[in-house]
Design a protein around this ligand. Structure first.
Ligand SMILES: Nc1ncnc2c1ncn2[C@@H]1O[C@H](COP(=O)(O)OP(=O)(O)O)[C@@H](O)[C@H]1O
Ligand SMILES: [Mg+2]
Length: 344
């Protein structure tokens, strides 16, 4: 399909996150909630595209009308929920597909598989991708640990993102604490809980871009230089969202050092296999842990990861020589070029 250089782009986003035209005079904290939306809209405009920021919360009619009236070449999808539910994000993309509307980011089948942390691990196990052993603890059911599941364990929500319900107390060492933490997830997050083997090691993030031909971005690492030695080095809710705490523990994310060519090749190959096994498209970020003895585990695959300018994904793309506008351009082209095939 030939594409005009200047396109009509509808950027789909949550209605509360429609950014102002300018952020002059706003503090970093005030901008933070809609920073991705702002960066994407402003950059696409600077690239000369005709951009419509469309705020959506629970009305598919809005999307339908925008598609019919504006006839966008592509919908740039920044929506992460519908009716306030994260698990509905894939259904909105299904709706776009049913309307034959090209969109950026992951297809609905990949979104659905990746967002269920048990389902995605089952598929990975089948493909011999290393993932921690795990068990699901449904709400309203007594907590009984399968014998094969040995301590220490990591307890989290089966489906929530953004480290909701994750703190240092997520790592548990006995059955009492396991029960306590599972019930905590049920009560405070309101979802089933997942307990999996706690993987001690380095925290690595690896971006992947593509539909058929995949490009793996440089390996990014989260570092916690000032965290107490005995505290687990994990990305808790506070680590991700509390600016003061981040400063206190010296939180840093950057190009991972000491990754030799062999390891780098192994990580690249693994990330491509994960991407294909889960039927992902567009772009994704793999959350990996690297153990002291050199084993790599997949913790989670994130289709449509955070695209803010200066955040891990865009930064690692930049390191690979892909500037921010070039990155958005690539994602648009992938969206327009995506073809539904038999498999995913
Ligand atoms: N099995 C595990 N072993 C070690 N750390 C883990 C494990 N599961 C999660 N974590 C830590 O918690 C963070 C958030 O978990 P993740 O499954 O990626 O959830 P979210 O969707 O909230 O990002 C990870 O980045 C990692 O630091
Ligand atoms: Mg994660």
């Amino acid at each position: 399909m030939s594409k005009p250089r200047k396109m009509r782009v509808v950027v789909l986003m949550h209605e509360d996150l429609v950014p102002p035209d300018s952020i002059k005079g706003l503090s970093e904290e005030e901008v933070a909630p809609f920073k991705t939306e702002f960066d994407v809209v402003v950059t696409l405009r600077e690239m000369g595209h005709q951009v419509h920021a469309l705020g959506v919360s629970d009305d598919l009619g809005l999307i339908r009308r925008a598609i019919e009236q504006i006839k966008p070449h592509v919908c740039f999808n920044l929506l992460e929920e519908f009716h306030g539910l994260g698990v509905y994000d894939s259904h909105v993309v299904s709706y776009l597909e049913l309307m034959r509307q090209p969109y950026t980011g992951c297809n609905p089948r990949g979104l659905m598989l990746a967002h269920n942390k048990a389902m995605s691990k089952m598929i990975c196990r089948y493909h011999r991708i290393p993932v921690p052993k795990f068990a699901v603890f449904p709400m309203g059911r007594k907590v009984r640990r399968p014998k094969k599941l040995e301590f220490p364990l990591f307890v989290k929500s089966l489906t929530e993102e953004g480290s909701v319900g994750i703190s240092q107390a997520s790592v548990v060492y006995d059955d009492d604490k396991l029960t306590e933490r599972v019930e905590f997830i049920h009560r405070t997050v309101g979802t089933d809980a997942l307990a999996e083997g706690y993987i001690e090691g380095r925290e690595l993030y690896v971006g992947v871009i593509g539909n058929d031909r995949l490009q793996v971005l440089p390996v990014w690492e989260m570092l916690f230089p000032n965290l107490r030695d005995d505290a687990p080095k994990i990305a808790t809710g506070k680590v991700k969202w509390d600016a003061r705490y981040q400063k206190k523990i010296g939180l840093d994310t950057k190009l991972a050092s000491d990754i030799d060519d062999g390891l780098r090749r192994k990580i690249n190959h693994l990330c491509k296999r994960i991407y294909r096994s889960l039927g992902l498209s567009g772009y994704a970020r793999m959350d990996l842990r690297l153990t002291p003895d050199g084993r790599i585990y997949l913790i989670e695959a994130n289709p449509n990861p955070n695209l803010s300018y200066g955040e891990d994904f865009a930064e690692s793309a930049e390191t690979a020589g892909i500037g921010y506008d070039q990155l958005l351009h690539k994602l648009i082209n992938l969206g327009i070029g995506y073809r539904l095939r038999g498999q995913a």
